[in-house]
Write a protein that binds this ligand. Structure first.
Ligand code: CP
Length: 331
């Protein structure tokens, strides 16, 4: 079966099982998980299942986005997100090009909007944007005829990371509703936290967030999560433990006394994992700081699904590109 047919079949299966048979996303941009309802999130995850099958083929390529041009515009460093978008675009036969802040006229002081206007003149169909400023993708979406995909903006959101995390949890656990998810680390600076809270709450997970008081966003309980400063309490009975890195590049001043002390109080050790369910999965969006938020024996241990997350990122990003390109029936 072709990818188009499999994606459509996945959507139709969802419909047959009683879900609303949505086949398209309402928006032509993906800026925030908040812009998606639970049916749209499920549509993306189901479409990613269909995309996953392409990875097992000898020739990992389908013509779904032939003739479409995608620009990957990265103003901040990235390993996983940039490369997986690029692989996803190539697997869908899109023409893709990468523009990095260093090596482009951004380094000479050109603004985001001027760069966007100049790229726009070359008529791309989609722009994948990573930027240090929260809200930069909104600004670009207002000024652009192309679909804009947020690949991480400041401390705001990282929607495709949350989608691949949701996909990984669903693949491992068979469901998301009712799972106990602990999210531990630098909550204050994490766009991954915000996107995951929105996505996992929309799909019915129970979330406990944990971090030092200095890295706890005020009023975080308003997002429907339980908050604690004790990692043992967060890990207790968890189905999923998601660790977040200390984002020193976004910190001005001292939020933790020392990295060694941080590890002693908040680092995920094998002993702390013992408090979780016996089949717990340990997640981390990367890049991780070994010996700061997580012990190497846990990162490389049997409960870790970190490389699954990376692998699933390609299928999930293929699904996002594919769905934003238009109605699957029309592709
Ligand atoms: N998780 C994530 O966004 O990693 P990169 O910064 O390497 O893209």
């Amino acid at each position: 079966m072709s990818t188009d047919a499999r994606a459509t079949a996945a959507v139709n299966d969802a419909g047959a099982q009683g879900a609303v048979p949505r086949t398209t996303l309402r928006s032509r941009h993906l800026i925030s998980i908040d812009d998606l309802d639970s049916e749209e999130i499920t549509l993306i995850l189901d479409t990613a299942e269909a995309m996953k099958e392409i990875e097992s083929r000898p020739i990992k390529k389908v013509p779904a986005l032939r003739g479409k041009t995608v620009v990957n515009l990265f103003y901040e460093p990235s390993t996983r997100t940039r490369t997986s978008f690029e692989i996803a675009e190539k697997r869908l036969s899109a023409d893709s090009l990468n523009v990095a802040a260093t090596g482009s006229s951004v380094a000479k002081g050109e603004t985001l909007l001027d760069t966007a206007r100049n790229l726009e003149a070359m008529a791309p169909d989609m722009i994948v944007l990573r930027h240090a400023a929260s809200g930069a993708p909104h600004q670009l979406a207002r000024a652009s005829r192309a679909s804009v995909i947020n690949a991480g903006d400041g401390t705001h959101e990282h929607p495709t990371q949350a989608l691949l995390d949701g996909f990984t949890i669903r693949a491992r656990k068979g469901r998301i509703a009712g799972l106990k998810v602990a999210i531990v680390g630098d909550l204050l600076h994490s766009r991954v936290l915000r996107s995951n809270v929105l996505l996992l709450r929309a799909l019915g997970a129970e979330i406990c967030v944990c971090g030092p008081p200095t890295l706890m966003p005020p009023g975080i309980e308003q997002f429907g999560v339980r908050a604690t400063t004790r990692i043992d309490e967060a890990a207790e009975g968890a189905d999923v433990i998601m660790m977040l890195r200390i984002q020193r590049e976004r910190m001005q001043g001292h939020f933790v006394p020392s990295l060694r002390e941080y590890f002693n109080v908040y680092g995920l050790t094998a002993e702390r994992v013992e408090r979780a369910k016996p089949d717990v999965i340990i997640m981390h969006p990367g890049p991780m700081n070994r010996g700061v938020e997580i012990a190497s024996e846990v990162a490389d241990g049997p409960y870790s699904v970190m490389l699954d997350q990376v692998a699933n990122g390609v299928a999930v990003r293929m699904a996002v590109l594919y769905l934003l390109a238009g109605n699957p029936d029309d592709v």
